[in-house]
Write a protein that binds this ligand. Structure first.
Ligand code: LAC
Length: 223
């Protein structure tokens, strides 16, 4: 029995493995697929933050394609528009991290409402979750599309508080992305940082409430 009324998860990197696209990248750039997917992911994130700072919004799929265009230009790779779209579409079918399905089932058993809050568009979130067969685990799939500003803007986190209809102190926010964990903590959620790779936490004036190595650690914390 957990003390939380809801648990809200970040999607990319937290529940689903973004670097599973590295395999496809490797076919295009043999031996450098990881470098390519890491640069692509970094630019994808930067473009969400920069668009928000510029007072603009573009759907996550468009940002993902723009980031891939930059990555190819930077790595001097010439890709047809068709390959570019096919590669970006890989983000619609990324796989969950291995322990995630069992962990979500155990957490759901406690009766707590589970949700996703992602910078991804509603279409991306629905596609990724449906592809993994995990749609029944979640009471809410929330996209920042609704507020047209990306995390870590407070309006994005406020969307989860409104939809879960519970005070922010009763909602545990779970992310493997330190910038996201910092934004959620700043908003007022208790935060569990999933530190899968033994990384340092960002220096943004916030500390996570809990740290776990993967979602099994979260189950131990909540069940
Ligand atoms: C998410 C990313 C950006 O919001 O991790 O799901």
């Amino acid at each position: 029995m957990t003390r939380f009324k809801g648990i809200v998860f970040d999607l990319y990197g937290t529940l689903y493995d973004v670097h599973s696209v590295a395999r496809r990248c490797d076919a295009l750039l043999p031996g450098r697929g990881h470098e390519m997917s890491a640069l692509w992911r970094q630019k994808q994130l930067e473009y969400t933050w920069l668009r928000s700072l510029m007072g603009e919004y573009a759907p996550f799929e468009a940002i993902t394609e723009d980031a891939l265009r930059y990555t190819c230009a930077q790595l001097k790779l010439s890709l047809s528009e068709q390959t570019l779209t096919a590669l970006s579409d890989e983000y619609l079918t990324i796989q969950p991290h291995a322990e995630v399905p069992a962990a979500l089932a155990a957490l759901q058993q406690t009766g707590v409402a589970l949700a996703i809050l992602s910078n991804g568009s509603a279409r991306s979130i629905d596609s990724v979750v449906a592809h993994s067969g995990l749609q029944d685990r979640f009471a809410h799939l929330l996209s920042v599309d609704e507020v047209r500003v990306f995390k870590p803007h407070p309006l994005a986190y406020a969307l989860a508080e409104t939809k879960l209809d519970a005070p922010r102190g009763d909602i545990l926010f779970v992310s493997s992305n330190p910038w996201d964990a910092s934004g959620a903590r700043r908003f007022g959620f208790p935060v569990c940082w999933v530190n899968r790779s033994g990384n340092a936490f960002d220096e943004l004036g916030q500390k996570p409430t809990h740290v776990v190595p993967d979602l099994s650690g979260l189950v131990a914390l909540c069940c």
